[in-house]
Design a protein around this ligand. Structure first.
Ligand SMILES: [Zn+2]
Length: 223
């Protein structure tokens, strides 16, 4: 759940000369300028408005900007526009922009890394693919490079199919102990067509991608 809302911050307070309080008729008022801002989890994201309030220090009466008499209004407007909005009221916006920048940078880095892996396959590389024509939600399958021989790749399938890109193999899953060959160019075709979703190298043994499964004829689905 995201908690957000509006808040205001007193950014300036100054004595207001010769202003007579309509309640107690004393001339002891101050003018307070507030910046209203949007917050997300109480972190100010951006300010959107400045408001002014006259406060009588004697009787504590507060007069909102809209109810201030015309003669005084000009001076208040001047003060209001002269008071700068503190930069920290933009902290949330800065954080959001930094986060967007960071994630798009990481995304580009990952994309380029995967392209490099594809153009130079190595033993152990893992490919996540999606069968576009498959109507079943379990349409992701995984291939692992067993060896590279010239322009040929020797690959094994995982014994399970998945409903998305997984970061861990099911403990009962693993790569079959049988291989099939594929030309390197076919890999690029799979990438261009969008079937190839992710390339992985340098993964942890704890995630199960080193697991092996013995292939039985009965495992074959016949297609
Ligand atoms: Zn007063």
């Amino acid at each position: 759940m995201i908690i957000y809302g509006w808040n205001s911050k007193n950014i300036k307070q100054a004595p207001l000369e010769n202003y007579e309080c309509s309640n107690c008729q004393q001339k002891q008022s101050v003018i307070a300028i507030f910046a209203k801002y949007v917050h997300i989890f109480w972190i100010p994201v951006f300010p959107y408005k400045k408001t002014a309030v006259i406060v009588c220090t004697n009787c504590k009466r507060e007069t909102e900007e809209n109810n201030i008499e015309l003669g005084t209004k000009g001076a208040i407007q001047q003060l209001k526009s002269a008071v700068p909005i503190p930069k920290y009221l933009f902290s949330g916006l800065a954080l959001i922009l930094i986060a967007i920048g960071y994630f798009s940078f990481v995304g580009i880095q990952n994309g380029e890394k995967e392209k490099a892996y594809l153009s130079d396959p190595k033993t152990g590389d893992i490919y996540f693919l999606r069968r576009e024509k498959e109507t079943n939600q379990y349409n992701y399958f995984i291939m692992k490079v067993r060896k590279v021989e010239g322009d040929s790749l020797w690959l094994s399938y995982s014994s399970f199919v998945y409903n998305g890109i997984v970061t861990k193999l099911d403990p009962r899953d693993g790569f079959y102990d049988i291989m099939f060959s594929m030309h390197k160019d076919r890999l690029k075709e799979l990438d261009t067509s969008g079937e190839l979703k992710k390339v992985m190298r340098d993964y942890s043994a704890a995630d199960g991608f080193y697991q092996e499964v013995e292939f039985h004829e009965s495992d074959s689905t016949g297609n």
